[in-house]
Design a protein around this ligand. Sequence first.
Ligand code: NAI
Ligand SMILES: O=C(O)C1=N[C@H](C(=O)O)C[C@H](O)C1
Length: 233
Amino acid sequence: MKIALLGYGRMGKSIETIAIARQHDIILKVKDTASITNLEEADVAIDFSIPSAAVANIKLAIDAGVPVISGTTGWLDQYDTITAYCKEHQGTFLYASNFSLGVNLFFELNKRLSTLMSGFSEYTAEMVETHHTQKLDAPSGTAITLAEDIIEKTTYTNWTLDAPKADEIHIEAKRIEGIPGTHEITYKSEIDTISICHTAHSRQGFAMGAVIAAEWIKDKHGIFTMKDVLNIG
Ligand SMILES: NC(=O)C1=CN([C@@H]2O[C@H](COP(=O)(O)OP(=O)(O)OC[C@H]3O[C@@H](n4cnc5c(N)ncnc54)[C@H](O)[C@@H]3O)[C@@H](O)[C@H]2O)C=CC1
Ligand SMILES: O=C(O)C1=N[C@H](C(=O)O)C[C@H](O)C1
């Protein structure tokens, strides 16, 4: 499979290593929008760029008729615009705030726990996400997905990085050198604490998931999520 990497930073390079080991060819390594050429020659485009570039990159791939997967976070306020654009142009698109198998299993665990906790108002939910200091966005895309899933299953209506109101889930975003990504959800009462945590040991899980998603989406049409790829949930 011929892969165009829209974004060739930490993730682009990790994806390249795994893709080559799985016999794929990297035909484009893009560090800025101006250097995107001959995109139509790719079988799949993989966007791990920066929040301000993701939307333009995804549209370029759709315009070129190339299925595109995006893991870039921090642009999700424009998700509906992109899915509408994709439908209008009969494109193929998949977004995941986190491509790793472990986090996608953790998403399901979080939903199950929030359903269970929804009947017990003595517990307050909160979240801590910890990432490396180069990360541009806060909270992480993964934390937002986790919070949105809790909101869907409970009486919480919003998440916040600030002091939370009673109906808000507090997210603390910590930045510590070298941390690939850790997410912990805690339910606290006066009596005890229940917590679940996912810790990435490296970027390998994210990169492997992105390559698996690219292999899966190659000949498909429409808008997908990692749940479609992994067949879980
Ligand atoms: N969904 C997931 O599983 C994961 C998502 N991420 C997200 O992926 C994104 C990239 O993460 P990293 O690789 O760690 O960042 P990075 O900063 O190492 O790499 C970003 C790259 O994008 C390039 N870039 C800048 N403007 C561009 C443009 N217009 N078009 C294409 N590329 C451009 C930069 O030159 C840089 O090489 C972030 O938003 C991060 O949150 C990171 C890990 C996993
Ligand atoms: O920027 C990162 O590094 C990561 N970003 C993603 C996010 O924002 O959730 C996924 C992972 O946690 C690493």
